[in-house]
Write a protein that binds this ligand. Sequence first.
Ligand code: SAM
Length: 373
Amino acid sequence: MLLPDVSALANVIFKEIDKAGPMPFVRFMELALYCPDLGFYERFPHRIGRRGDFYTSVSVGPLLGRMLAFRFSRWLGELESAGGRWQLVEAGAHDGQLAVDILTWFKEHAPATFDRLDYLILEPSGRRESWQRAKLGELGFGGRWIRSWSDLPAGSLRGILFSNELLDAFPARRYGWDAQARKWFEYGVDLRKGQLVWCRLPPTVDGEAGSPPEVPGPIQSMLPDGFAVESVPEARRWWRQAAAALSGGYLMTIDYGFDRAAALDPTRPQGTLRAYRQHRMLSDLLADPGEQDLTAHVDFAALREVGEASGLRTETLVTQGRFLTGVMEQVVRFHAPGFDWSRAARSQIQTLTHPEHLGDRFKVLIQFGAGMA
Ligand SMILES: C[S@@+](CC[C@H](N)C(=O)[O-])C[C@H]1O[C@@H](n2cnc3c(N)ncnc32)[C@H](O)[C@@H]1O
C-alpha cells in the first residue's frame, strides 16, 4: 500500500500496520525518531538549537561543555593517580557540539591531559556518526566511535561515561487506564481512513520495569478513562549495560525527569510524553512522524536503583542548578583556566542554573564504580 500524499516515513509506518496490525506506541516512537534515513534524529544534524525544534543546555553556549570538561579533568586526575589507562565516553552526541566544547577546553586549558585523551562516542547510527566526525574533523579533533555495547563489554571501561539528554529520547511504552474494565491497556497506533489514530491493545509486560504501575483498590474507581503513564524499559537496560561496562570511574547523565516518579500523577493525566516542533510543545504525538521530537521524562530513581543493583555507588542526584553551582565553586577555588565572567558567560550561567530556566528542570545523576570511593 502506498499513499502518495504522505511522507516516506508515514508510508513505512502505514505499511507495517497494514501487514502486522496496530503497533504499540513504543514501536511508533522508535520509527518516528530512529527509522534509518527517515526518523527525526536521522535526517538532519540541526534538530537542536535556534534553527531546530528544541534547545538543550548545549545550545545555550559552550559553558556547559567547559564546566563538564573541568569537572572531568578532576575525575581523570583521580583515575590517573590510581594508575592505568582511562577513557572519556560520550553517548547521545547528536551533532558533536558538546564533544567540541569539551575537547576545546581540554586542548586550550589542560593540554597534557588533552594529549592523553581517549575520547569515544557511543553512537548506534552511522548517519549521526558521520555528522560528528565531520564536526570534530573540521576543528582538527580526533576521536573513536563505537556502535554498541558489544564494543564496550562488561568491565572493559575505566573512565567516565556521560550523556546529556539521551535517555529522554528513548522510545517509551505508553499505558492507559480502562475505567470500565478497571485495568491497564497499552496505547497502540492504528490506521483509519488514511490517518494514524490511537487504539487500545493488551498491555505488553516487558519484565524489565516495562509494566504499568499497580493501582490501589480505592484509586481504581477514581482514575479517569484513558489516564496515561509511560515506562521506558530501554533506559533501564541502557543504564544496566553502562554500569556493567564500567570497571572503574564514573557514570553520569543529565536530563529532565523525576527524582522519584509519582506512579500516578493526577497533574499529568496524559503522562509526560510530549512532542516538540519548531520550539513549540505539541500535544498530538502521532502528527507528522519524523517531523517532531518525541520525549518522555526520565525516572532517575529507577536508574539509581539499577546502577546500585549493578554494584555502583551513587555520588549525587541533584538539580542541574545545584550541580553546576558546585562546579562553579570549584572553578573559583582552584582558579580553573578558561572561565571568564563576561556578559555572555554570565547569561549562560543564569540560563543553565536558574530554577526558572534550566536549573531545576534538569537533574544530574552521578554514580561511580570500583576504586573511586
Ligand atoms: C535530545 S538529543 C541530545 C543531543 C545532545 N546530547 C545535546 O544535549 O544537545 C538525543 C540524542 O541521543 C541519540 N540517541 C538515541 N538513542 C541513542 C543510543 N542508544 N545511543 C546513543 N545515542 C542515542 C539521539 O539520536 C539524539 O541524537
